[in-house]
Design a protein around this ligand. Sequence first.
Ligand SMILES: [Zn+2]
Length: 137
Amino acid sequence: MAKKPNSFRPRGMPTAAEREREYDRQRNAQRPWRKWYFSRRWKNERLNFLSEPENQFCRRCQAAGLLNPGTMRPDGSLQRDPRRMHLVVHHTVRHHGDPSLFWDRSLWEPICPDHHDSEAQAEERAFVAEMARRGGG
Ligand SMILES: [Zn+2]
């Protein structure tokens, strides 16, 4: 009889959904502040911030000469995905779970989802590199 493989997981690749869930679980364990994004305080402060007159356009698009209230892509074409027709509050300084940085509005900027994606990807790469440097997983 064949010996069972000496691994935690049963043989066979986990499904994409399982991998996604596991990734999220690890992420949430490593970044407990993620839950702040689901808090009533964040929802209120975020809405408040985005309703201010100076926060009506994506800062990055604006710097490139485009007034984008969240309805456009950075190239000026119309945003086709209705779920992405809004502005996102971006932290300009990585807060690393420091509440005084997280809640400091002077460190927030409104950006469009496309610009937020590129920021998030850059931060993700920095995070992964940092974890590797620390020797963590
Ligand atoms: Zn933008």
